[in-house]
Design a protein around this ligand. Sequence first.
Ligand code: KG4
Ligand code: ZN
Length: 338
Amino acid sequence: MSLNTPVILGIETSCDETAAAIVAGPELKSHVAASQIVHQAYGGVVPEYASREHEKLLAPVVENTMSQAHVTWWDIDGIAVTRGPGLAGSLLVGLSYAKGLAVALDKPVLGINHIEGHIFANFIGQEELPTPFLCLLVSGGHTQLIHVKDIQNYRLIGQTRDDAAGEAFDKVARMLGIGYPGGPLIDRLSQDGDPDFIAFPRSRFEGSYDFSFSGLKTAVLYYLQKQSNAFIKSHLADIAASFQQAVVSVLVERALQAAADLNLDRLVLAGGVAANSALRRLVDEQAPAQMTIYQPDLRYCTDNAAMIAYMGFWKYRNSQESELSIPAFPNLKLSFGT
Ligand code: KG4
Ligand code: ZN
């Protein structure tokens, strides 16, 4: 394939999603994901099971995505793979597979930062990036406001001081006894609820764009402890909607304030919580007219390999191949400048 349209296989195994995708240049050709249902019975991801499932599922998922894209092994120009952050054992399965393939095909490995994948998932298929912009990154592990000056040029504007937004959704769902993963379940349940039913607390820090969700989580817990089971059962949707409203209103308020203060007229949502329907609606409602809002396609909010393959395209284009000895990096962060 030509240098302008390299064919990149993307592999994502950082948590409980076994996923692979093919891009040709920036264009997505196929993507396949196998969600690991084994964890549902445990109410959360069991790391050891996650890596075993990745071992079982990865080869068929890769073959499936290749056949959907009508690509053979010999068409592949590079192998992009998530190197972190994530579960160590899970990351290792993807990395080892990618390295083996790289040696067999004599093609480069492109190690990808999962967080960067989430941010740029908004632009899959695009040759150019509309930088600069403000990114509200909201996932199971992260809640950050990032000034994206350009690809690989980031400044941290604010972040959570305790729980990530997705983590709060998952924990409150557990308190409500509605299952795992909590985010999508609370989102669905809230559609029938009154978001103003309870005024749960919203955190604010003077002179800072930081977030905090642990106080809100505790407020929900205390509220539930004071109510009868019958009351909770009959108002489950109202409680869920009120909690959700408390989270998304703070996210939107702070993101719009930061964008205004930084004179940025583009706001990009990214990460699993960007799939939340109330967040998507509120940001559209409250953004000033001159601001462009980017919300990733629902398929690319939560973990997927399309975003990894797309980042691989950028790395390949910029000749940023990784060493074959590249390690898994469970605590990998974005590197921030000033
Ligand atoms: O980005 P992601 O798939 O994985 C990480 O990199 O963390 O995000 C997963 C998080 C989970 O906490 C999940 O509950 C949350 O995203 N999530 C949602 C929704 N869909 C996923 N939270 C709120 N509303 C949703 N619709
Ligand atoms: Zn993720």
